[in-house]
Structures are given as C-alpha cells and as structure tokens.
Design a protein around this ligand. Structure first.
Ligand code: SF4
Ligand code: FES
Length: 246
C-alpha cells in the first residue's frame, strides 16, 4: 500500500519580513522511485504554487538542489523518499543567504570563494592561441580531474561546524579548490603565496577536523585527504622561505 508522507517545510520570504518564518505541513502519497525532487514538484504543482526551491538538472550535476533533509545537508534530486521516514522536515541550507523557503544563494558564496582563492591557473606565460596543447601526465591529469568534480552544491559548507560559526571561513570547497591548483604544474604560485591565501584561521587552520564535509559530499570527493594535503603544505610553507615549488 502506498505510504503517505508528511512534509514539514520551512517557509519564509526575506522580502516580506512582516510574515514570520514558519513550518508548513503538506501530505503526499509516495510513488515508486520518488525523489524529493519529484515530491517537491508535485507539491508545488498540485498544492502550493508559492513554494520556493531550486532545481536545474535533477541528476546531481548542477548543485542547485541542496537543502537540509531531516537536519542533514543533501541533494533533493538524489534523495529517494523511500530512504526517509514518513515525516520529512526540509529547511534551507544554513551559511548561505536565504532567498526564500528552500532557496539559497550559493552562487554569490562560490563566486567570492573563487575570487578569494584565485581559482584559475596563475601563469606569467603570454597566451599563444596557436601553441600546441601542452601534455600532462595521465595520472596527474586524473588526480586534478578528481578534484574538479565539485558541483558547488554547498552541502560540505552547510554541514561544517566552522563555516556555521564564522562567515569568513573558506570552507572545504574552497580548500579543495586550493588543493586542485597546488597540484596543477601550470600554476606558478609558490607554497608561500598559497599560504597568504589560506594559511590562516579563515583558511586551513580553521578546520576542526570534524569530517562532516566528507560524509556529506554527494560526489564522494575525498575532502579530508585534500584538506590534510593543504594543511601539510601550509604548515611547511609557514617555516620555509619562498622557494620554488616542491
Ligand atoms: Fe558539494 Fe562536495 Fe563540492 Fe562540497 S565538495 S560543494 S559537498 S560537491
Ligand atoms: Fe541539479 Fe539536484 S537538480 S544537482
């Protein structure tokens, strides 16, 4: 027999502050293979067109549908309702600016993080559009690709103890970005220059090592391994002179 799900969903519109935040209940019959993506769309189409939430790809690719599912950051399009209890509580991800109901502004957060970490290959070489493509060792290319799989969903940031208490923390996603460019032989930044960016309490030394980021990452990126790599490099850079890259 079909299961009836009860959704308790956070409702608030920051543009209408006179209406206090509240939890609103909806009931819905579970369908075979139903994800939270399908459930929320059914609720919006059949019961409440004012309900706000974000989706683009419904395939764990775009990173838009992160939310707190029974208190835990997760992608709604990747979460089957059959894996959840009858009562499902949904909140927007913390840390990010709330736009309304379950919709948060992860874009601005990731943009400032990209600027802060200098998320591009820093090279003094003049650009030659006719130059042949540079070769890279296959193993290294795969290692870099592994770290480039981040979809910027924000689940690791929302689940991070430090990010929840200090808004200047660069987060696991930011530290992952640093690890990615440290690995890239085309990036000419020295460990000391990376240290200037993340060798602080707002960077790698603010991480409490609680490991929620890795547990929550829907792409199973080995975040703790990368954070340990950045921590080791930055600890060494703190004691070394600005020398050529190790
Ligand atoms: Fe999402 Fe994982 Fe990227 Fe964090 S590292 S933003 S959890 S994909
Ligand atoms: Fe794109 Fe969920 S809708 S990740």
């Amino acid at each position: 027999m079909a299961r009836t799900l009860t959704f308790s969903i956070f409702r608030y519109d920051p543009c209408a502050p006179a209406v206090a935040p509240r939890m609103q209940e909806y009931r819905l019959e579970q369908l075979d293979g139903m994800t939270l993506f399908i459930a929320l769309n059914k609720l919006r189409e059949e019961q409440d067109p004012t309900l706000r939430f974000d989706f683009v790809c419904r395939a764990a690719i775009c990173g838009s549908c992160g939310m707190l599912v029974n208190g835990r950051p997760a992608l709604a399009c990747k979460t089957l309702t059959s894996a959840l209890p009858d009562r499902i509580t949904l909140h927007p991800l913390p840390v990010f600016r709330l736009l309304g109901d379950l919709t948060v502004d992860t874009g601005s957060w990731f943009r400032q993080m990209a600027r802060r970490t200098g998320s591009w290959v820093h090279s003094g070489k003049p650009f030659n559009p006719h130059a042949p493509e540079e070769r890279m060792d296959n193993e290294l290319a795969n290692e870099i690709y592994e770290l480039d799989r981040c979809i910027e969903c924000g689940c690791c940031v929302a689940g991070c103890g430090t990010a929840n208490i200090r808004e200047d923390f660069v987060g696991a996603a930011g530290l992952l970005r640093i690890a990615r460019f440290m690995l890239d032989p085309r990036d000419e930044r020295t460990p000391r220059q990376f240290f200037e960016v993340v060798g602080t309490d707002e960077g790698i030394f603010g991480c409490l090592g609680l490991m929620a980021c890795q547990d929550l990452c829907p792409k199973q990126i080995p975040l703790q391994q990368q954070l340990a790599y950045v921590r080791r490099k930055m600890a060494r850079a703190a004691f070394e002179k600005d020398t050529a890259r190790a």
